[in-house]
Structure formats: structure tokens, C-alpha cells
Design a binder for this molecule. Structure first.
Ligand SMILES: [Zn+2]
Length: 423
């Protein structure tokens, strides 16, 4: 069983080597290596990722990260096993009938450059990110450490358990990209209980919540407009203006009427278009997102966005190619799963530190996994482990209280003893 010191060592090693979504080659190799050392036979590559459902994958970044992993000594054998797809999972079969429980930990970093200030603990203690532009500023280095530590507990205690326990290490949570392809591998289709988790989120160390509040369903879209260039002074009437199509779409999307009642949001966050002052712009590109408290609201906003993108393209005689870059669904935790989490959490941190929350958390692609489990008759929720943070999530000065690593692992040991303990 991992001690807190073992966990801190792993967390800091990963913190030094952050990798963004779909690029987690070193990270996956590190996790797999440790799991194999424990005697597990983790699944990786296309066994856990259905590549037909991959979204928001930047091939250039993937190749660069692969090269970096090679340069740092990650073996060709394990890279071959990944076959370009990061993430992995352990399935612990006890051989005794019992529930199938799955717990998901995400493993990717955020595209932020970490602070080099001496006030920042990772700088002072020598585990600051070695990769400019990449930083574990959301605590997923902590999440994957909890997952590995939980596997070490499972190895020590599997004789005392029944049923099946699946520990999922999901790539590309940032941008809500990785959950869909992992879910579509089928790994969750027989699961009775499902749990995802996040550390921090403004809660003090020692607090555990079985129901954090609101996650919004969301769809991320990339739209590429294709027009036709021509001389802006000599024959502008012969061109197709993709800049105006993109700009018109951006404004039109922000005029989509939003249903009264449920929470919703939308944003066009990026617009790039054109080639030069005297060229009729042949290209335009938008990044946008829609969000809704319910899947119904999100679908309405997404369909309206598609209509406006297509209408704006047609208005200027352009083509538009729309690609989904990420997605998450609504969050509907099950009361029975919440009660189970509360009971196990009380054993670890005491009743005064276990509470439902009312956080407004944006979106989490774990909701896709939970929904799949629920569609097959299973139950689940999302757990927040409080951990005092030095700065907000996704910021250059983010850091968290590492004591949460042990609290979370102890919690899961208690939860699994309740769900899968031999009577
Ligand atoms: Zn996160």
C-alpha cells in the first residue's frame, strides 16, 4: 500500500512532466509501469479508447509529445502498446460474484505556463513543470496518484473483496474530450456503481462531498469557413468572403434566444480569418461552445448554432465544416450512490466534514460515463475531495495540499470495503 510519501513522490514526478490531453504518453507509461510492478495487467491503447469517438486531438501536439517521451526514455514496447492512444485501465476480477464498480481518474494537464516565482511551492521544492506552456494546474496529477495508490490497496486487499473493480485512467478531460471515446470502448457497460472525483475546488482539506452541485451539459465546436480569395480592389465581386461569414456567424450565435429557467451559456471564444489587407478573405475559423443545465437545453443551443453557422456560410457563398471538439452531458447523481459515499466519507473524515455542495462547476466529461452506467441500470455520483489550494484552478500559481491524496485513497478503501467487502 502506498504511503503518503510514495504518493507525494509520484505526484511530484508527474507534476514535473505535465502532458496535455491526448499527449499523455510519459504519464501513461509511468502509471502502467507502476501497475505492472504491482502485478496487474492494465489495458491500454485501443482496448480502452474507441478512436472513432476521439475529438479535439491535435496531431502535431501528439507527435511532439511522443518524440519527447522517446527522448526521455519511454520504451518503444510500451509506446507500441499504446499505438498512439493514451490512458489505461485496471480491471480487478476477484473471481467471486459481486458488484462491478468503476472509479475514474483523469490524467491530463492544462495548457498554462507554471509560475517561476519563489513563492510557488513547486519552485521552492524543485518539482515545477519542465514543459513551458504545460502545467498540472487542475490537480489531475493528484487524481492519477490517488488512482495508482488505490490500485496498490486493491493488490493488498483483493482477497478480502468480491465482484469486480475497474480503475480508469482517462486522458483528455480538459476540453471534455476523453470520456466519450473511453465510454465507447464498452468498458462501463457492465458497471453497477460508478464514481468520478475532483480535488480542491475551493474546499478545505478534509472535506468530502458526495454531490458537488451543478455540471452543465456542453458541446464544443470548431467551424472552418472556406471562401474564395481575389483582389479586393480589382474584382472583389468574384470572391467569397469567409471573414464576413465567420464574423456574421459569431454575432448570430450570440443572438440565440436562451430558454428561461434552466442555466445556459454560450460563447464564441476565438475567431481567426483572412490573409492580408487587400485580399478578399478565403478562410475563417471559429471556436465556440454551448452549455445547458439539461441535455435538452444544450441540444437546442447546439442545433441553433449549427443553423447559424450554415446560414452565415450560405449568405456569403462559402462552405463551412463543423467539427465537434469535446462534449459533456448533464449531471444527475443517484441518491443511493450519494448515501453510500456519505457513509464511507463519515468513517474517514467525520460527519462534520461531509456535506452536499452547491458549486457551479462548468462542465465535466465524467458525466458521459455516469450517464452510460445509469442507462444500463447502474448508479453513481461525483465526489469532491477538499484540498487547500494556493491559487484558483488553471492558474500559474495553482498548487494543492498533498494531504488530500491519503484522504481520498483511504476514502476509496472504505467505499470499496462497503460495496465489495467479503461478508
Ligand atoms: Zn480538472
Amino acid at each position: 500500500m502506498y504511503s503518503l510519501d510514495d504518493m507525494i513522490e509520484l505526484r511530484r514526478k508527474i507534476h514535473r512532466n505535465p502532458e496535455p490531453g491526448w499527449c499523455e504518453f510519459m504519464t501513461t507509461a509511468e502509471i502502467v509501469g507502476r501497475l505492472r510492478q504491482m502485478g496487474f495487467n492494465p489495458l491500454l491503447g485501443e482496448k480502452v479508447i474507441n478512436k472513432d469517438f476521439i475529438a479535439g486531438r491535435n496531431e502535431k501536439a501528439v507527435q511532439a509529445s511522443l518524440e519527447r517521451a522517446r527522448a526521455q526514455g519511454v520504451s518503444e514496447t510500451i509506446l507500441d502498446e499504446m499505438n498512439g492512444y493514451t490512458g489505461c485501465a485496471v480491471i480487478v476480477e476477484t473471481g467471486r460474484p459481486g458488484p462491478v464498480v468503476a472509479i475514474r481518474f483523469d490524467i491530463d494537464c492544462v495548457e498554462v505556463t507554471e509560475s517561476s516565482s519563489e513563492d510557488h511551492k513547486p519552485v521552492r521544492e524543485g518539482f515545477v513543470s519542465q514543459h513551458p506552456g504545460c502545467m498540472h494546474s487542475c490537480g489531475h496529477d493528484g487524481h492519477l496518484t490517488m488512482g495508482v495508490a488505490l490500485c496498490s490497496w486493491l493488490q493488498d486487499n483483493k482477497d478480502k473483496l468480491i465482484g469486480t473493480i475497474k480503475v480508469l485512467f482517462q486522458p483528455a478531460e480538459e476540453g471534455v474530450r476523453g470520456a466519450r471515446p473511453m465510454t465507447e470502448s464498452g468498458i462501463l457497460d457492465d458497471v453497477d456503481f460508478f464514481f468520478g472525483n475532483h480535488l480542491g475546488l475551493g474546499l478545505e482539506t478534509g472535506i468530502i462531498s458526495s454531490n458537488p452541485g451543478l455540471f452543465l451539459a456542453t458541446t464544443k465546436l470548431d467551424a472552418t469557413f472556406i471562401g474564395k480569395a481575389c483582389h479586393a480592389g480589382a474584382n472583389p465581386e468574384q470572391g467569397k468572403n469567409a471573414l464576413l461569414a465567420a464574423a456574421t456567424a459569431a454575432i448570430a450565435i450570440h443572438t440565440i434566444p436562451r430558454p428561461v429557467g434552466p442555466v445556459s451559456a454560450l460563447n464564441v471564444g476565438k475567431l481567426i480569418a483572412g490573409e492580408g489587407r487587400n485580399v478578399l478573405a478565403p478562410n475563417g475559423f471559429l471556436q465556440l461552445e454551448v452549455r445547458g443545465e439539461t441535455e435538452k437545453v444544450n441540444t437546442f443551443l447546439r442545433e441553433q448554432a449549427y443553423e447559424r453557422l450554415e446560414a452565415a456560410a450560405a449568405m456569403y457563398g462559402c462552405q463551412v465544416k463543423i467539427e465537434k471538439a469535446g462534449e459533456a452531458t448533464e449531471f444527475k447523481p443517484d441518491p443511493e450512490a450519494i448515501a453510500l459515499v456519505d457513509a464511507a466519507a463519515i468513517e474517514v473524515v467525520g460527519p462534520e466534514n461531509v456535506m452536499p455542495l452547491d458549486l457551479k462547476l462548468g462542465s465535466e466529461d465524467c458525466t458521459i460515463m455516469l450517464k452510460r452506467v445509469q442507462q444500463h441500470g447502474g448508479l453513481g455520483t461525483f465526489i469532491v475531495f477538499g484540498s487547500k489550494i494556493a491559487a484558483g484552478h488553471h492558474q500559474a500559481l495553482f498548487d494543492f495540499d498533498e494531504n488530500v491524496l491519503k484522504i481520498a485513497t483511504d476514502f476509496y478503501a472504505h467505499l470499496l470495503t462497503r460495496l465489495n467487502g467479503r461478508k
